[in-house]
Ligand binder design. Structure first.
Ligand SMILES: Cc1cc2nc3c(=O)[nH]c(=O)nc-3n(C[C@H](O)[C@H](O)[C@H](O)COP(=O)(O)OP(=O)(O)OC[C@H]3O[C@@H](n4cnc5c(N)ncnc54)[C@H](O)[C@@H]3O)c2cc1C
Length: 886
């Protein structure tokens, strides 16, 4: 029951992300691009900011419980006693827009506890439209958007078909009335015409008539992007709609709305007017208030109906063009503080001059520093890297006009991680440097596994599977068919897990587990299929069984499109910046750079420096000491004191340097050692297989492996042709050795292994497996110590405990990212670092008054929600259709 409830709450909160996703997808994509940095959803900051919870300016008598009365600003004590000064203040869901119907003092909505109960009124009409659309959305489950649109159109003539998909998912608006007078020049004779104020965009639509112009207006609002930096303004889509007045163009910078809704709650009803009068007084004194006597004023203050959280009265929303912001527990004594800190200096003043240290200059650390300095330019960001270069495992070298990769060579542009990697590439201006391998390219279609003395080509199509499948595929078709009807495992706890081997053996058979999956795991993790967690290392398999009851059924029904709602929102937002390019790129099999992946980390480093990040090379962090709010970082050269640390180090390194604390499990997972040998032969086309490369099965396989310890060989000349210029006609391959098979390959540890020994092992492998006997014209051997972390069975549960320990022990001082936690691929590292930084910034965790603790592992606080994942496929498919049509 507890689990079900937490899942429900989580779904409610995140459903809005899907709304944002589909809304952006349906927004006119021909709009000019803002090109501006946007903060993550929601732009409306729903973490209620208490400032310091009620510090009276003139304390009167003894404080009662948590409430201290103020001599200068007295108000009835009964109100104080009922007001909650203790609980966490936060709203239940993200808010993208605040829609305010300006009904004046005379609006009939004020007479009811629920504004939507005033039939025929503006709010009631909006609520009706929304309720109907949401009801249709919920009831219709898997029905296609087309059918929904048709039905809705039949039932609701005031909404055109195009509006349907956006209205259907519109849940992330706050809708209230305000006592701002209606536009006097355009007052209509009949109630309930009202001016509609769209915040934080600062747009005013005068004299909106709910019966005719409200639906088109809602459609119009939905097409606005959610952008903290600069909401853009599309042209009205219908002639029924009046042009909006851009209040910010008229010099209005801030609108303060204070809940004064007595009928809804007495606390706001009594405290609200006191606050309004204090705000107006103080603003007036500074010449800031806009009123009849000062039409040039920059700030308006109005009463609003209920905005939620009345137990935290006084409830205040401050809107500026950069975003909305909720404050709770505000007292008249604090009004000057809100004016000083927020109205005059912008809300980021709460985060200004914060100092953050990013530890580690791999792709994760660089991405963190990049987005942090971009989203929070006022922060001081220092990146500490132990070596002379940034990039970590991303390492490209150039020799004789060729590009050699000793670490990652290509990125998969799929899913949210792939899109985030592409978005970063686009943002850094590297679009033109990108080399994309389409799915039709032989290296995309042809993958090989060594089995029974031959290199077997895996079928790339259903017909290839049925006809002429190689020996390695013989029992696979039958296993796949049986798998569809094999009952899913009944997981007993939220952290249940099993090895990839056990999972595949249970659902398919031993052959699939050792030969196919064993080989694939060698290619990704250089790891042991018997040791690695299916849940953490192959989440798609795990989720497919959970959601569809079968991996094969999952694949057939689009399991590859499963994402959380937040991830859908992130993808849609990124794609909206350059839809055509993303559409093309995300169809690619892999992408890379002609000059190697280091192109990306080099540019990232330069961009970080340009944005003011101080990058300190050759400064290994030796000690991190966190005591309450004192965060000390020690290197051999210096001691730094910062407000927050982002560790993008391997978790074992963090474990070793963290003083006074024992965070659990940081050193639980081992990392494997891998030898990477690049070989270049003068003769072209020495490899007779036209594909990406081949992998070696797990040792449990009955197949004999002539060079034990070989993980696989990449046929570089095919896999990334751009790395070998046309005039350099040659054959290039990369041999990977070691990983969990290290002891099968080498008799010494990596520290004692000579590169020449590794080179000769790789030449042996090339000769045995590919029949290449020539001496290479060029070779580069790299011994990569502890380079790929192994997510052992139970990783998910351990991360959950680590997340809790970080929250409890480290408060707001430390967050973690990097390949030790939530994915090893470069795109995963980029996505996770970006999500961490977005959370830190958007949720105010770097502010002087942080509310929410952000650890970098917040995904661990949520459970996999099968319904949401299914919904996400439906939305992704529907959204694809909408984009295609528009
Ligand atoms: C051989 C190989 C091939 C791969 N192939 C692919 C691929 O094709 N595609 C793909 O997507 N992924 C691939 N990966 C995975 C991917 O490259 C890595 O998981 C990713 O680069 C890790 O980045 P990171 O920033 O999290 O960690 P790292 O790259 O490990 O960065 C950590 C940084 O911290 C620094 N550091 C360590 N200790 C300290 C200290 N005390 N103080 C300061 N700094 C310190 C290190 O020098 C390093 O720069 C591959 C990995 C390897 C090893």
């Amino acid at each position: 029951m507890v689990l079900r409830r937490s899942v429900w709450v989580w779904r409610q909160g995140y459903r809005a992300y899907s709304d944002a996703a589909v809304r952006r997808a349906t927004a006119p994509i021909t709009e000019t691009k803002t090109g501006l940095t946007s903060l993550p959803d929601p732009t409306f900051d729903t973490a209620w900011k208490p400032l310091e919870r009620f510090t009276p300016c003139a304390c009167e008598g003894e404080p009662e419980a948590d409430f201290s009365p103020c001599a200068s600003h007295p108000f009835p004590p009964v109100i104080g006693r009922k007001i909650d000064h203790t609980a966490d203040m936060r709203t239940s869901k993200p808010i993208s827009r605040h829609i305010v119907a300006c009904v004046g003092h005379e609006g009939p909505e004020w007479s009811k506890a629920k504004v939507e109960a005033v039939k025929g009124g503006m709010i009631a009409t909006v609520a009706d439209i929304r309720k109907a659309s949401i009801r249709h959305s919920r009831e219709d489950g898997d029905r296609s958007l087309d059918a929904l649109m048709k039905q809705f159109k039949q039932e609701s003539t005031s909404i055109d078909a195009e509006s349907m998909p956006v209205l259907m998912i519109g849940e992330d608006w706050m809708i209230t009335v305000a006592d701002r007078p209606r536009n006097s020049s355009k007052v209509q004779s009949s109630w309930p015409t009202a001016d509609i104020l769209i915040l934080p965009d600062m747009l005013l639509y005068p004299s909106i008539d709910p019966s005719s112009s409200l639906a088109p207006l809602l459609h119009h609002i939905h097409s606005y992007p959610v952008s903290e930096a600069a909401p853009r303004l599309p042209a009205p889509s219908t002639t029924q709609l009046p042009s909006p007045v851009d209040l910010s163009a008229q010099g209005l910078e801030t609108i303060i709305l204070v809940c004064t809704h007595t009928q809804r709650d007495k606390r706001c009803g009594i405290l609200g007017p006191l606050l309004i009068s204090e705000f107006r007084d103080k603003l007036s004194q500074q010449g800031l208030l806009r009123d009849a006597s000062n039409p040039q004023g920059k700030v308006e203050v109005w009463g609003t109906s209920h905005i939620g959280g009345h137990k935290f009265a006084g409830c205040v929303v401050v809107h500026q063009r950069t975003g909305g912001h909720l404050y709770g527990n505000i007292r008249p004594c604090q009004v000057p503080d809100v004016i000083e800190r927020h109205v005059l200096n912008g809300k980021d003043v709460l985060m200004a001059a914060r100092s953050v240290a990013v530890l580690g200059g791999g792709i994760s650390g660089l991405t963190s520093a990049y987005y942090l300095s971009k989203l929070l330019p006022t922060a001081t960001v220092t990146l500490l890297e132990s070596t002379a270069r940034c990039g970590g495992w991303v390492q490209s070298t150039h020799d004789a006009g060729l590009t050699l990769e000793s670490g990652p060579r290509s990125l998969r542009p799929k899913g949210v991680s792939g899109i985030m990697a592409l978005d970063l590439i686009r943002d850094l201006g590297l679009k033109d440097d990108l080399v994309a391998i389409p799915p039709t390219h032989p290296s995309s279609k042809h993958r090989y596994i060594y089995y029974k003395d031959t290199i077997n080509k895996l079928p790339s199509s259903a017909s290839g599977m049925l006809f002429g499948a190689p020996s390695i595929m013989k029992s696979v078709l039958r296993a796949g068919l049986t798998e569809m009807f094999t009952s899913p495992k009944a997981w007993t706890s939220i952290d249940d897990d099993e090895s990839i081997y056990d999972f595949c053996k249970r659902r398919f058979n031993e052959h699939v587990a050792t030969n196919l999956m064993g080989a694939m795991i060698h290619g990704i993790y250089a790891g042991d299929v018997q040791e690695l967690s299916v849940r953490a290392a192959m989440p798609l398999l795990f989720k497919s069984e959970l959601v569809f009851g079968s991996v094969v059924r999952g694949m057939l029904q689009g399991a590859g499109k499963m994402e959380g709602f937040r991830e859908l929102g992130m993808q849609a937002r990124a794609k909206g910046e350059d839809p055509e390019w993303f559409e093309t790129m995300s169809k690619m099999s892999v992408v890379g750079f002609a000059n190697g992946l280091e192109t990306l980390t080099d540019r990232l480093r330069a961009a970080c420096e340009q944005q003011g990040v101080c990058i300190r090379h050759n400064e290994p962090v030796e000690k991190v000491t966190i005591q309450h709010k004192d965060v000390k970082i020690e290197t051999a050269k210096d001691t730094l004191r910062v407000d927050h640390v982002i560790s993008a180090l391997p978790s074992t390194t963090l474990d070793a340097i963290l003083e006074n604390h024992r965070l659990p499990h940081l050193s639980h997972n081992p990392s494997v050692d891998v030898v990477v040998v690049n070989l270049v032969y003068d003769t072209p086309h020495l490899v007779k297989y036209d594909g990406f490369g081949f992998l070696i099965p797990h040792p449990l396989s009955k197949t004999y492996i002539p060079v034990p310890g070989t993980l696989g060989v990449v046929f570089d000349s095919n896999a990334m042709p751009a790395h070998t210029p046309e005039e350099k006609k040659s054959t290039k391959v990369t041999v990977m050795l070691g990983g969990h098979l290290w002891d099968d390959c080498f008799i010494t540890s990596i520290d004692q292994t000579h590169p020449d020994a590794a080179l000769s092992k790789s030449l042996e492998a090339v000769e045995y497996f590919l029949g290449i006997e020539q001496t290479p014209a060029l070779s580069a051997t790299t011994l990569q110590k502890k380079c790929i972390p192994q997510y052992l069975v139970g990783h998910h549960g351990r991360l959950r405990q680590l997340h809790q320990a970080l929250q409890e022990q480290m408060g707001h001082a430390l967050s973690v990212t990097g390949n030790s936690y939530l994915g090893v691929s470069v795109p995963d590292c980029i996505k996770n670092a970006r999500m961490l930084v977005e959370d830190l910034v958007a949720r105010g965790a770097l502010s002087k008054n942080p509310q929410e603790v952000i650890t970098g592992l917040s995904a661990m606080a949520q459970d996999v929600d099968a319904d949401e994942l299914k919904d996400s496929i439906r939305i992704t498919k529907g959204h694809g259709r909408i984009v295609a049509r528009s």
